[in-house]
Design a protein around this ligand. Structure first.
Ligand SMILES: [Zn+2]
Length: 292
């Protein structure tokens, strides 16, 4: 599943080549979306909403794609050879000098733009953490609602109706950075910790919004572009993908486990993130009044 920053970059790239230009050709799969309807229209907007990509056309239709695990958007110059088989294209939009091609996205639909707000997958999206000024208060409200109290912290952080933008890499990384047990119930999280998780998530998405390899470590975030040191890349992620290797903080062996309805793998350090780490402070066992 692409992270929100990937979609944010994809939208920026597609906007650059499509926005304000007239569609000269367009097609979906033969049995798929009737994209030919937008030929002759102008591309009004290209936006990422969480992990959804929305391309608005002047005739009042919007192309909605969700990339899930294996979908991607490519941009080509006119006549350039595609890097994937044209038979796998699910949406193709041609403007005079460029062509945008979507491969492998399981969700491709053409929606009446006025009905976007009613779309079940879009209407319920939480605040987009990869936007310029994410509504962290609203994301906090959603993440701490009783409806999510029984989810694990890791599951709640992937719930795009609480916040949109964080994916599997970032949820492991933010839990590690903030020293939170990703397997405890979200309802037990300390509020201040929830705020830190969201702030850190938004900061990581912002720091990675301009492209390049995804990094979450402060040294790597502040480092020169990787291209300057070919083959000599420093550490970039704290825990994600590092099961069996030593923790970068404490040398304990990093563990991983598949969990949740989505069966996604979570990575964590059992020492930096012991069971229940991040729990709200226990209330005093008895209040003074009760002692009396
Ligand atoms: Zn550790």
């Amino acid at each position: 599943m692409p992270e929100g920053d990937t979609l944010f970059r994809t939208a920026a790239v597609l906007r650059e080549v499509l926005a304000g230009r007239q569609v000269v050709a367009a097609r979906g799969r033969p049995d798929g979306v009737p994209l030919g309807r937008v030929v002759g229209q102008v591309v009004d907007s290209v936006e990422a909403a969480g992990k959804h990509l929305l391309i608005g056309f002047s005739g009042g239709l919007t192309l909605h794609t969700h990339l899930r695990m294996h979908g991607s958007w490519h941009r080509y110059r006119a006549g350039e050879r595609w890097r994937r088989s044209p038979s796998r294209a699910v949406a193709v939009i041609e403007v005079p000098a460029a062509v945008a091609v979507c491969f492998g996205a399981p969700t491709v639909e053409l929606i009446d733009t006025r009905a976007l707000g009613l779309h079940p997958a879009l209407a319920g999206l939480g605040p987009d953490l990869s936007s310029a000024e994410p509504d962290l208060a609203e994301a906090e409200r959603r993440l701490t609602s009783v409806s999510r109290a029984a989810l694990t912290v890791g599951e709640a952080l992937l719930d795009q109706t609480a916040q949109a933008g964080l994916g599997n890499v970032y949820r492991s990384e933010v839990c590690f950075i903030e020293r939170v047990d990703p397997f405890m119930a979200a309802g037990r999280l300390d509020r201040a910790v929830v705020r830190r998780l969201l702030r850190t998530g938004a900061d990581l998405l912002a720091a990675n919004g301009s492209g390049g390899e995804r990094v979450t470590m402060p040294d790597a975030l502040g480092a020169a572009p990787a291209a300057a040191l070919p083959g000599r890349r420093g550490p970039r992620l704290w825990v994600y993908g590092r099961a069996g290797r030593p923790c970068r903080r404490c040398s304990t062996v990093i563990r991983s486990r598949v969990s949740g309805a989505l069966a996604r793998r979570t990575y964590w350090c059992p020492s930096c993130q012991p069971e229940d780490a991040g729990t709200r402070p226990a209330h005093a066992a008895e209040s003074p009044a009760m002692l009396g």
